[in-house]
Design a protein around this ligand. Structure first.
Ligand code: SAM
Ligand code: SF4
Ligand code: F3S
Length: 436
């Protein structure tokens, strides 16, 4: 009988996209996917190591699975992705409930690792494969409305706080042709929204044809005219006016940019090795707003990085006031062993202060998001319906092209519909309205 596999995905959109690739690789070998751990012969955790609490989550999940293995002795457990790539074979010492390990570049080895595990052989495949882009593997999509398309893997930057270069290795791009063909297939099969993924999409470069990200985005938007196109993540030091012009010119490229700033203090940005100052960041924001009227801008922020003084923190708050981000992912700094910061910069902001600063950052973002949302009341927006609302079956949840979350009366609409909605009220997280 076919073996049943349950994959649990943690971390970023890259990991979500990888799970779809792994699903394809395993289905080709005859495995069947299951949504439930309880009916699985094999549980795979696709993991994230970006902050300490992400790793804690994996360790807790492994503890729970150990309990399950006592009741179901045949149950196999594999840990893949960024955590084993980061801790390498030491993972086996961190938990005795693991049958195999694989890193982001070695998913083609999974069938072999599973076969060995079934015979009691514990294996790890954790090499970097600098040319691996999984070209030729057609991901098995989890959704039918939105799809991720990774255009590159790895990261060549060295932000002082970040594990990603250690877990995902060197940057490499897929060929423009393979990306464009995949997007075209998705558009033809009815996907309404496609997000191009990379840790730093501005570095995308197809060596064979000389196609950079601006050209790729333009070409992608042409083969999927009726489909919303998004991308993430741009790096502030690399985002160019030519890219911004493509977004402005092409109707189906969403007018929203995620541009992680991390801190509003030039001194901190330097310590973080981000490659730009506060002023340069603000210039990029002005350029973006000049070229794309109505654009929304989101960011990532870290509170309490090494050496952050109250004054640096206040500069983050003042940058937030100046830019008025529509949305932010906000974290407090978590030391990651092996990174430049862990080796060379003291983690000298106390946990109490980190948390207090983070709370201030969150409170300010909530206030700003609330004000920006309130200004939308009365406007008519186009929403791509994604799912039923959590609150009621009679309401749908979706997003505007500018990535604002909208909850609205169902009124006969289905997920996947593009709906014209008049905004009637708002919170800091959501716009609420009725179809026109
Ligand atoms: N490549 C993207 C970029 O350059 O902006 C982001 C990648 S990272 C997976 C996502 C976010 O996690 C970062 O932008 C940063 O805000 C946060 N992050 C990364 N390392 C962190 C750390 N050690 N502690 C706290 N937050 C961290
Ligand atoms: Fe990490 Fe910096 Fe690379 Fe982003 S650009 S993945 S923050 S090293
Ligand atoms: Fe993503 Fe976490 Fe790895 S953010 S790249 S899954 S460390």
């Amino acid at each position: 009988m076919a073996k049943k596999v349950h994959i649990r995905t943690f971390g970023c959109q890259m990991n979500q996209a990888d799970t779809e690739i792994i699903t394809s690789l395993l289905q080709d070998e005859g495995y069947v996917m299951t949504d439930s751990e309880d009916s699985a012969d094999l549980v795979i955790l696709n993991t994230c190591a970006v902050r300490e609490n992400a790793v804690e989550k994996i360790m807790n999940t492994l503890d729970n699975l150990k309990g399950m293995r006592r009741i179901r002795p045949g149950l196999l457990v594999g840990v893949i992705g960024c955590v084993p790539q980061y801790y390498r074979e030491k993972m086996f010492e961190m938990s005795d409930g693991i049958d195999f390990l694989a890193g982001p570049d070695t998913y083609r080895q999974l069938p072999l690792l599973i076969e060995n595990a079934e015979q009691g052989i514990r294996g790890a495949s954790l090499g970097f494969v600098p040319e691996e882009t999984y070209t030729g593997v057609e991901p098995v999509r989890t959704g039918s409305i939105s799809a991720f398309v990774p255009v590159m893997r790895g990261c060549n930057n060295r932000c002082a706080f970040c594990v990603v270069p250690f877990t995902r290795g060197k940057e490499r791009s897929r060929s423009a042709k393979s990306v464009i063909d995949e997007v075209e297939r998705l558009a033809v099969s009815g996907y309404k929204e496609i997000t191009l993924l990379g840790q730093n999409v501005n570095s995308y470069f197809d060596d064979d044809t000389g196609c950079g990200f601006s050209e790729l985005l333009d070409r992608v938007s042409h083969v999927a005219e009726g489909t919303r196109i998004r991308f993430t993540t741009s790096h502030p030091k690399d985002i160019s006016e030519s890219l911004v012009r493509v977004i402005a010119d092409r109707e189906n490229i969403c007018n929203t940019i995620h541009l992680p700033v991390q801190s509003g203090s030039t001194r901190m940005l330097k310590l973080m090795n981000r490659g730009h100052s506060r002023e340069e960041y603000l210039e990029k924001i002005s350029m973006i707003r000049r070229c794309i009227p109505g654009v929304t801008i989101s960011t990532d922020l870290i509170a309490g990085f090494c050496g952050e003084a109250e004054e640096d923190h206040r500069e983050t708050l003042s940058l937030m006031e100046e830019v008025r981000f529509d949305f932010s992912y906000m974290f407090y700094y978590s030391v990651r062993p092996g990174t430049y910061a862990a080796k060379h910069l003291p983690d000298d902001v106390s946990e109490k202060v980190k948390k207090r600063r983070l709370e201030e950052v969150i409170a300010l973002q909530n206030r700003i998001s609330g004000e920006l949302h309130a200004a939308e009341i009365g406007n008519v927006v186009e929403v791509l319906a994604e799912t039923k609302s959590k609150r009621s079956d009679q309401m749908l949840m979706g997003r505007t092209g500018t990535n604002r979350v909208v909850v609205f009366d169902r009124d006969g609409h289905e997920p996947g519909n593009l709906v014209t909605v008049r905004i009637l009220s708002s919170t800091s997280a959501t716009l609420i309205g009725n179809p026109e």
